[in-house]
Design a protein around this ligand. Structure first.
Ligand SMILES: C[S@@+](CC[C@H](N)C(=O)[O-])C[C@H]1O[C@@H](n2cnc3c(N)ncnc32)[C@H](O)[C@@H]1O
Length: 163
């Protein structure tokens, strides 16, 4: 169990829908299959990122694992992170059923995941950052920036070409 200082935001505590409840996890997965074109969403993200076989990526708030599993089929390794152990268990089972072995699952979040390995090529998150209050969203983005390869190159290209 992770401990938090009084002023820190406890992201492990569920807000809104309780994704620590297995019934909610199953319902979420079924509902998303109906509401969204997940296959098309995944294809678009994978194409946009130019995800090829030597690439590694982190996904925050992986949920039931649809993106992580699809991406793992195209790249070297996916690190799938979620604060809900039940979501992770569901995603892990789905990955196993599909024979996907290159997803590493971690029970942590935007604010608590400690990335110790080599920096990654991409970080993806869908429908998860809104779980954090605004101030902590900024902290999360700063942390993500520190996990990415070539971050100064990206930063310089995006923001400094205008000067
Ligand atoms: C609405 S679901 C989205 C799941 C999946 N990304 C998708 O697109 O279907 C939000 C997910 O974010 C997770 N989550 C909530 N707060 C989080 C945090 N601080 N860090 C990482 N994941 C978080 C929840 O447990 C849940 O699995």
């Amino acid at each position: 169990m992770k401990s938090f200082l009084g002023w820190q935001y406890n992201e492990m505590k569920q807000v809104g829908t309780d994704y620590n409840d297995v019934a909610n996890v199953q319902a979420y997965d079924m509902q998303m299959q109906k509401l969204r074109d997940i296959k098309k969403e995944n294809e678009t993200i994978i194409k946009t990122l130019n995800l090829i076989s030597d690439r590694t990526l982190i996904e925050f708030g992986t949920g039931t694992g649809n993106f992580a599993i699809e991406a793992a089929g195209q790249c070297k390794k996916v690190i799938a992170i979620d604060v809900s152990p039940q979501m992770l268990e569901f995603a892990q089972k789905k990955a196993g059923q599909k024979g996907i072995l290159n997803v590493e699952f971690h029970n942590a979040g935007f604010l608590t995941y400690n990335h110790s390995g080599a920096k990654v090529d991409a970080v993806v998150s869908q429908l998860a950052l809104h779980h954090l209050p605004d101030f902590w969203k900024l902290i999360a983005l700063k942390r993500i920036f520190g996990m990415l390869k070539n971050r100064w190159e990206i930063f310089l290209k995006r923001y400094c070409l205008f000067f």
